[in-house]
Design a protein around this ligand. Structure first.
Ligand SMILES: *[C@@H]1O[C@H](CO)[C@@H](O)[C@H](O)[C@H]1NC(C)=O
Ligand SMILES: *[C@@H]1O[C@H](CO)[C@@H](O)[C@H](O)[C@H]1NC(C)=O
Ligand SMILES: *[C@@H]1O[C@H](CO)[C@@H](O)[C@H](O)[C@H]1NC(C)=O
Length: 322
């Protein structure tokens, strides 16, 4: 019975491989995506006072569906939104500026909560997640280590804080878990940002973006949690080399600020990221487009992202799409 079921699922998956091409969505920096109950939910930077989500059953459809406003807030310049499910609610993490602020130091990490269990919301504001008196911080994400939740964010370095629930900071201040120390993290500006949790075989990683988004040296690096205390930087091990970067042959420049998602059948790991198609266009602007590709795992248990795939190459969609 079990065998028959597996065979049937394999047949269905094989029969329904739906092709797509990159970019999956134009003008969508800092993309993030989750697959949930039959649909992908795609978010990206809006640079305004809204958060929008595209909902589609295949990657190929994402660029054609409505980019629906699911949340509007009093403030401006929303960057890098993500939604994470905890129990039966979705938590929308984003960085934005409060009203009457207008400089590049104005971003603070925020969280809103879904009213029900629908990723499309509606969402209600819950909290600003920064330490008292703290300067700018961006790129909030939620990571689970053991049975605790932590918020990771960035301002040129990566910071972690313990949460007592998805919208409340636990007592204590933030701790640094990564600084730009290698030359490849220090091109044009010294930057670590855009942290994203990645879990595999009981191991916990954080993939992050390094160097300035203003150059084609923007790229991904990898950290692994190798100890017992997430707030202790010595319990995080940094990979000495980047894990994903510009590929001139494929004309994909400055790939970075990514998210991870599973194929509909749960068997494949995928990365969604933004990049530019020339070394001096797009840079840090809304022109950056979102791309997706499958990745695998090495014998050493580390992710293998390969190289960014060229625009307009037909790729097989994630396994189980229909
Ligand atoms: C993996 O994690 C589970 C649950 O925490 C634990 O029971 C198991 O021992 C771990 N396995 C390894 C190989 O670390
Ligand atoms: C981005 O780079 C260009 C030159 O490549 C420079 O003129 C500009 O000031 C840079 N912008 C930022 C925000 O660093
Ligand atoms: C951080 O971890 C190291 C290695 O386990 C330990 O020696 C050090 O005391 C820890 N620091 C703090 C502040 O807990």
């Amino acid at each position: 019975m079990m065998c028959k079921w597996i065979l049937l699922s394999l047949l269905v998956a094989a029969a329904s491989a739906i092709e797509f091409t990159n970019p999956i969505v134009p003008q969508a920096p800092d993309p993030w995506m989750v697959y949930y109950k039959g649909f992908y939910y795609f978010l990206a930077t809006t640079w305004d006072n809204t958060i929008t989500i595209r909902k589609a059953s295949t990657l190929a459809e994402l660029k054609n569906v409505e980019n629906k406003v699911v949340y509007t807030f009093d403030g401006h310049t929303a960057w890098a939104p993500e939604i994470h499910q905890v129990d039966n609610r979705w938590y929308l993490y984003y960085a934005a500026c409060d009203p009457n602020t207008q400089n590049y130091g104005c971003h603070r990490n925020k969280v809103a909560e879904s009213v029900g269990d629908d990723p499309m919301g509606p969402y209600q504001f819950k909290a600003t997640l920064v330490d008292e008196g703290d300067p700018m911080e961006l790129d909030p994400t939620l990571i689970k280590i053991g049975d605790k939740y932590y918020l990771i964010g960035s301002t040129q370095q990566l910071y972690i804080r313990e949460l007592s629930n998805p919208f409340t900071l636990a007592p204590g201040r933030k701790a640094i878990i990564s600084s730009p120390t290698y030359d490849w993290e220090r091109v044009w500006e010294n930057i670590n940002e855009g942290p994203e949790p990645l879990y595999h075989d009981n191991r916990t990683f954080v993939v992050y973006s390094a160097s300035s988004c203003n150059t084609s040296e923007y790229k991904l690096g990898l950290l692994e949690f190798v100890g017992s205390d997430p707030l202790n930087i010595t319990h995080w091990k940094k990979n000495p080399t980047p894990v994903f970067q510009t590929n001139e042959e494929n004309h994909v420049y400055g790939p970075g600020h990514n998210g991870f998602f599973k194929s509909p059948d749960g068997t494949e790991d995928w990365i969604v990221y933004h990049a530019n198609d020339s070394p001096n266009s797009g840079l840090c602007t809304m022109v950056r487009s979102a791309r997706a590709q499958k990745f695998t795992w090495g014998d050493d248990g580390l992710p293998i992202f390969g190289v960014p795939v060229a625009d307009d190459v037909e790729l097989q969609g994630p396994s189980g799409e229909q």
